[in-house]
Design a protein around this ligand. Structure first.
Ligand code: FEO
Length: 392
């Protein structure tokens, strides 16, 4: 994408990866993504804030050419992950006089990951300033959003913060200031990347809130001219609040578990609980992750197979556990043929959940009348628990 002016002497020079569909070979990107990099021109020095994924390096170089950037003094690296840092080695080749400015931890990671030599670095500490001439960069450590070395760069005169992944969204768009459509891509990004670090998100949010900020310019997706929008959204997502919602995520081999999942979905809906319903064989993991931000209850459904749980159920349980959601209640529904192990396997996999386990519904073969009664009891129990939390 072309250059976009953010403020006087401050430009977006990043890259849009329109057709990328998978991140880390794991996370679906239905809307592609962007790697936002920024040029800051002071009276004496020029800084590049973050780089881009190496596969899009030519977009960055085209933008630097359009701005006639013949010299880069500093490359600010807010985060060592390669979708931002990977382009740094290319920039260093083209602008060999540039120094990489970052914190000690990030430096160490960049040396390991990209083999950048020690003499290329300038190491900064918390709140240290770097004067470009009328543009003063100040650095704030915001660890664990989502790696240990993450930091933000703030321009004092312009009141702009560059927090890299923090407040980011995976979306490929040339409308980088389009805040009207921020919510779903930002929530999805938060769910996939930030939610396992909820406490760090809260701490860093409080830290960032103390700064006088007019623009938030993350390194993925939308740039916020109304910072309150994304800050308020983060405050809600990272809070302990849950909603009157239940997730049913199931996989079924011969319809027995499916029939149970369908019955429970209707039973919960009749009781006034909003249900997010996922067939795990076709589910987008990002959609499931998003619902885990708000839902009070998760019910996983998977048949017993090969003396354990169906692999699609294993994947969902592993993913949900890794995301450390604030889910309050969890249960399990399963059908088995001759030996039941799945419920124990699932219980053992959800160790990060601080949720109350509601009695699972375990059915031999196809569900019968007494099994539907057990599903009604589970729905009653979920309703009772939601009422106790005053969710409805
Ligand atoms: Fe966008 Fe953690 O990299």
């Amino acid at each position: 994408m072309s250059v976009k002016k953010i403020n006087e002497g401050i430009y977006y020079v990043g890259a849009v990866h329109w057709d990328r569909r998978l991140f880390d070979e794991l996370i679906p990107l239905p809307d592609g993504t962007s790697y936002n990099a920024y040029i800051v021109q002071g009276k004496e020095k020029t800084a590049l804030i973050d780089a881009v994924d190496p596969v899009t390096i030519n977009q960055l170089f085209d933008n630097l050419k359009k701005l006639n950037i013949n010299k880069i003094d500093y490359i600010i690296s807010n985060h060592a992950e390669q979708d931002h840092s990977g382009g740094i080695t290319y920039v260093l080749k083209k602008y060999p006089e540039a120094k990489v400015v970052t914190n000690e931890k990030c430096k160490s990671m960049l040396m390991d990951l990209l083999l950048i030599p020690d003499e290329k670095f300038i190491v900064i500490k918390e709140e240290e300033k770097l004067d470009l001439g009328g543009k003063t960069l100040q650095f704030f450590m915001i660890p664990w959003v989502h790696w240990p070395e993450t930091m933000a760069t703030y321009i004092i005169e312009d009141k702009i913060i560059f927090p890299c992944d923090f407040f980011g969204s995976h979306t490929a768009t040339s409308a980088i200031f389009d805040q009207d459509h921020f919510y779903i891509p930002a929530k999805r990004y938060y769910a996939e990347i930030m939610s396992p670090f909820r406490n760090n998100v809260r701490n860093n949010l409080e830290k960032v809130k103390k700064l006088d900020i007019e623009i938030i310019a993350p390194s993925h997706g939308i740039i916020y001219k109304n910072p309150k929008l994304i800050m308020d959204a983060y405050a809600e997502w990272a809070s302990d609040n849950v909603k009157n919602e239940a997730i049913i995520a199931y996989v079924s081999m011969h319809d027995s578990t499916k029939v149970m999942a369908e019955y429970l979905r209707e039973a919960l809906t009749e009781r006034g609980i909003d249900v997010h319903y996922f067939n795990l064989t076709v589910t987008d993991a990002g959609e499931l992750a998003m619902t885990l931000i708000d839902a009070a209850t998760l019910v996983l459904g998977a048949p017993t197979v090969l003396a354990g749980i169906h692999p699609a159920g294993v994947y969902a349980a592993y993913l949900a556990n890794a995301l450390r959601p604030k889910t309050k209640f969890v249960s399990f529904i399963t059908s088995y043929g001759w030996g039941e192990k799945a419920s124990e396997v699932v219980k053992g996999m959800l160790t990060n959940f601080k949720a109350e386990v509601l009695e699972p519904v375990i059915v031999k073969g196809y569900p019968k009348e007494e099994d539907f009664k057990k599903l009604d009891s589970l729905a009653d129990r979920i309703l009772e628990k939601h009422k106790e939390l005053k969710l409805l």
